[in-house]
Design a protein around this ligand. Structure first.
Ligand code: F6R
Length: 256
């Protein structure tokens, strides 16, 4: 894992946006895995401002609420169009977001996995992290080998996401999410975490044992994961001085 601690969320997001832009310039038909929530909003703004060519890019979103109409303002479908897709020249046919209203969920989940494989696999996966250590909506105790399926949100996650819905009771209890195995198949990960409320999950993910109780900790097994942090999200890391030193002394050839 590469741990990149910057002076602000904005500075960390700028570096992350350059990594993504580099992938899109090198591979015009890249396959991106995308996340929703508060964390990547600024990242998407920066990518929009870069005027990249998205015509051949394919995207696969991590997750969607079950039972929420697509047009609901808090559906991840609405989020992605409002915050990214409507501002770029991506072909709508190349956009994939799990359908939280699919009549046959089991076949829909299987088909989602197949579509990712048919597209050639995910080149770069953008990730946020839950305060309970989830990635996608793989909550603690999710199988580390899981594939796309329905999951039940924890009370903690519903409380965390109540800010989008007005109150916790309005937050759907079920979601469809890529599995941890699906996420681990991506060639590269860009994980963003900002704010003191993420500090514990970040420390457990980076420096704790690999455990299904902190799903993001499996990323320790991935050969190319970069974790972008602001000082608040990094504050419980034991080795933050080392991570800062490594980043500041990176040889030129490593700086992509
Ligand atoms: C969203 C997703 C989740 C979020 C996480 C953090 O597609 O997969 O794992 O990344 O819940 O959410 P925010 O960024 O709102 O703190």
């Amino acid at each position: 894992m590469e741990i990149i601690i910057q002076a602000s969320a904005q500075a960390a997001t700028e570096i992350a946006s350059r990594t993504i832009a580099h992938v899109l310039r090198r591979k015009p038909h890249a396959v991106l895995g995308l996340a929703t929530g508060s964390t990547p909003v600024q990242l998407y703004k920066l990518l929009i401002d870069m005027n990249l060519d998205w015509r051949q890019v394919s995207s696969f979103n991590l997750d969607e609420y079950v039972g929420l109409p697509k047009a609901h303002p808090q559906s991840y479908h609405s989020f992605m169009w409002a915050n990214l897709f409507k501002h770029i020249n991506i072909d709508p046919q190349n956009v994939h977001i799990p359908d939280g209203n699919a009549p046959d969920m089991a076949s829909h989940c299987l088909a989602y996995e197949q579509k990712i494989r048919q597209a050639g696999g995910i080149d770069l996966q953008v990730l946020g992290i839950g305060t309970d250590g989830h990635i996608g909506f793989n909550e603690p105790s999710s199988s580390l080998g899981s594939r796309t399926r329905i999951k039940t949100l924890t009370r903690q996650t519903r409380q965390d996401n109540a800010r989008f819905f007005g109150n916790e009771d309005q937050v759907p209890s079920h979601v469809i999410t890529m599995g941890i195995g699906t996420i681990m198949d991506a060639r590269q990960h860009v994980l963003l975490a900002f704010g003191p409320h993420k500090a514990r999950a970040v420390a457990q993910t980076v420096e704790g044992p690999i455990t299904a109780m902190v799903p993001a900790s499996i990323l320790q097994m991935h050969p190319d994961t970069r974790v972008y942090l602001d000082p608040e999200a990094a504050e419980q890391l034991q080795r933050s001085d080392y991570y800062r030193w490594v980043f500041e002394h990176k040889p030129l050839w490593q700086r992509v």
